[in-house]
Design a protein around this ligand. Structure first.
Ligand code: PBG
Ligand code: ZN
Length: 325
């Protein structure tokens, strides 16, 4: 027998053949871009730990929205920073809340843009936890009642989709019922189904001023060591009516994305979170890695693991590169 019959390198000879056999493609169609919207006027504030990402007031949001539209990014995910926080996060269900005003502004001026609202309380509560406190922990069922008010208010403002991120039990069912009862049967739910208690959220908490004032989120977000539990969370959310399920963070949880993709037949979203973004930016700035290449490799790996949708702060940069081809 002559020396190897099989020479896999034949199919790596040049870029043409590599293009032909490439298994995974990232596209602008995959991206959701997160936006931080702050109450106030004339605000465009760069988040120190997230270079290139800003907090905007509504009156300056067009600077960002024009660019997103031009790049043809299909959707944005909104996070609000209210001027007033309180014990329960009541800004979240006020029709004059920061998110409600932002949604109305975007749908009026950029009707083609798909608007998804993050549904939680941590940016709106004084204590920074994701719901109503009782005995130093978040009370699940009281929080569900407020969540229902929040989603109906988002829908009334014109949100296209809602994305509950608080990891409360039964939240998808509660939201589905509340939306249906209010006549919003067509609004889908993208559930943060497998959301881990991750240290990769650090820069986001700076950005959204949502660091818990005491303790941490480990009584509601998942233990990073668990995989089977993610499958259970996803199964429950689908039963309760989730249209899209999400894994968060993405990069340290590619095995979870893969497992969910292989076990369920709904679209899977992955949240490429703030800490993942910041690490690439920091190492790039130091000249320790080729930032653009690492970014594209990261996004490709999330897609290859099985994600249909990638929520990423890199969306604009990646879209620019993909557009130029
Ligand atoms: C809060 C929420 C978090 C993120 C989005 N919504 C994190 C948290 O503080 O638990 C993180 C996003 C990121 O890190 O980019 N419900
Ligand atoms: Zn929260």
């Amino acid at each position: 027998m002559p020396f190897p019959i099989h020479r896999p390198r034949r199919l790596r000879k040049n870029e043409n053949i590599r293009r032909l056999i490439r298994e995974t493609h990232i596209s602008i169609d995959d991206f959701i871009y997160p936006l931080f919207i702050e109450d106030g006027q004339n605000i465009k504030l760069e988040i120190p730990s997230m270079p290139g990402i800003f907090r905007y007031s509504i009156d300056r949001l067009s600077e960002e929205l024009d660019e997103i539209s031009k790049l043809n990014i299909p959707a944005v995910l909104l996070f609000g920073i209210p001027s007033q926080k309180d014990a329960v996060g009541s800004d979240t269900w006020s029709d004059e809340g920061i998110i409600q005003r932002a949604v109305r502004f975007i749908k009026e001026n950029y009707p083609h843009l798909y608007v998804i609202t993050d549904v939680c309380f941590c940016e709106y509560t004084e204590h920074g936890h994701c719901g109503v406190l009782c005995n130093h922990d978040v009370d699940n069922d009281q929080t569900l009642e407020n969540t229902k008010k929040q989603v109906v208010s988002h829908a009334k403002a014109g949100a296209d989709m809602v994305a509950p991120s608080g990891m409360m039990d039964g939240v998808v069912k509660a939201i589905r019922e509340a939306l249906d009862e209010a006549g919003f049967t067509d609004i889908p739910i993208m559930s943060y189904s497998a959301k881990y208690a991750s240290s990769y959220y650090g820069p986001f908490r700076d950005a959204a001023q949502s660091t818990p004032a005491f303790g941490d989120r480990r009584t509601y977000q998942m233990d990073p060591a668990n995989k089977r539990e993610a499958l259970k969370e996803v199964a429950l959310d689908i039963e309760e009516g989730a249209d899209i399920v999400m894994v968060k963070p993405a990069l340290a949880y590619l095995d979870i994305i893969c497992e969910i993709r292989n076990n369920f037949n709904v679209p899977v979203a992955a949240y490429n979170v703030s800490g993942e973004y910041s690490m690439v930016k920091a190492a790039g700035k130091l000249g320790w890695i080729d930032e653009k290449k690492v970014m594209l490799e990261t996004l490709t790996s999330i897609k290859r693991a099985g994600a249909d949708i990638i929520i990423t702060y890199h969306a604009k940069e990646a879209a620019k590169i993909l557009k130029e081809g």
